[in-house]
Unconditional design. Structure first.
Length: 293
């Protein structure tokens, strides 16, 4: 269990990256959703002991990680949004080097590295330089290095941004397998990733945790409150002025409008709620509608 209590951080210039964050993260897949600039990466870096908060405490399985960073780093796997690699160094050599830094040596190191290259579908490219990898291959290498040492806590920050559908599916399958026995935090602005994988989700905006819970329960709470209508594009702004529109989706020359209301608006039909609707409604509820534009 990961416990965050009163975590706050203000950067030079007065940017409030995190504001009094309280969060309990159990074993399994935990989704952290939020628009760009919400503070997700700042929170991930703080949990990973890469920066110190101004206030608050973080404990993992009873260990105060802000006072004992080494204890967490021994059991942490971390895939940041962007990571570097040594030039002209193969995936095989790079993983072996990183494994040695994590205390994995000898025949065990060879076996662990080979297994991870197979698991992430990089075996055939093992002798290729990592800095020559495609975006999807780099992400797969990133998760391979993050899984070294069987971490008890795995943090992945925007892992599927820029991946094609096949790469995204492969990546999510690997993460889901790991999440059965590990605390995994999946930080992203891609709602579908969280809806598919996570049993718990937190929605973040402007440095605050806005909503936490079971995504399926959040979706059920919107039943009977979500409505839809397909209209010509020129009518969208007219309907926005009349109703609490959550989102619009282009559909074959027309636009599907999804609106939130306790009573059925005239001309609209019931819609089946999705986690994306929960996400948008939460941002609007907290006056973060500008993040949707």
């Amino acid at each position: 269990m990961l416990n965050l209590t009163g975590i706050s951080k203000t950067y030079p210039g007065g940017v409030h990256a995190m504001q009094d964050i309280h969060l309990d993260v159990p074993k399994g897949m935990f989704g952290l959703l939020g628009p760009n600039g919400a503070g997700k990466s700042s929170l991930m870096r703080t949990i990973a002991t890469l920066q110190q908060p101004d206030r608050g405490s973080i404990k993992f399985n009873g260990i105060d990680i802000l006072k004992n960073k080494t204890a967490l780093r021994l059991t942490l796997g971390y895939l940041p949004q962007e990571f570097g690699s040594y030039p002209r160094t193969s995936a095989l050599a790079m993983l072996k080097h990183l494994a040695a830094l994590k205390g994995i040596h000898g025949s065990q190191r060879q076996q662990v590295v080979e297994n991870l290259l197979v698991k992430t579908n990089l075996w055939d490219a093992r002798n290729k330089s990592v800095d020559k990898f495609s975006g999807g291959m780099k992400q797969r290498f990133g998760i391979a290095q993050a899984l070294l040492g069987n971490p008890a806590l795995l943090i992945v920050d925007e892992p599927t941004a820029g991946l094609d559908p096949a790469e995204r599916r492969r990546f999510l399958n690997v993460i889901a397998e790991v999440g059965e026995e590990t605390v995994v935090i999946l930080s992203t602005h891609i709602v579908d990733d969280v809806e598919e994988l996570c049993s718990q989700v937190a929605i973040m905006g402007r440095g605050r945790i806005l909503k936490v819970g079971d995504p399926l329960q959040m979706i059920r709470e919107m039943n009977g409150k979500l409505w839809t209508q397909v209209v010509n594009r020129e009518k969208v702004e007219e309907i926005r002025a009349l109703h609490n529109v959550l989102s619009t989706r282009l559909k074959a020359g027309a636009t599907e409008i999804r609106a939130l209301s306790d009573a059925q608006p005239e001309g609209m039909q019931p819609a089946v709620p999705e986690l994306e609707d929960v996400y948008f409604s939460t941002l609007i509820e907290h006056n973060l509608k500008d993040n949707l534009e």
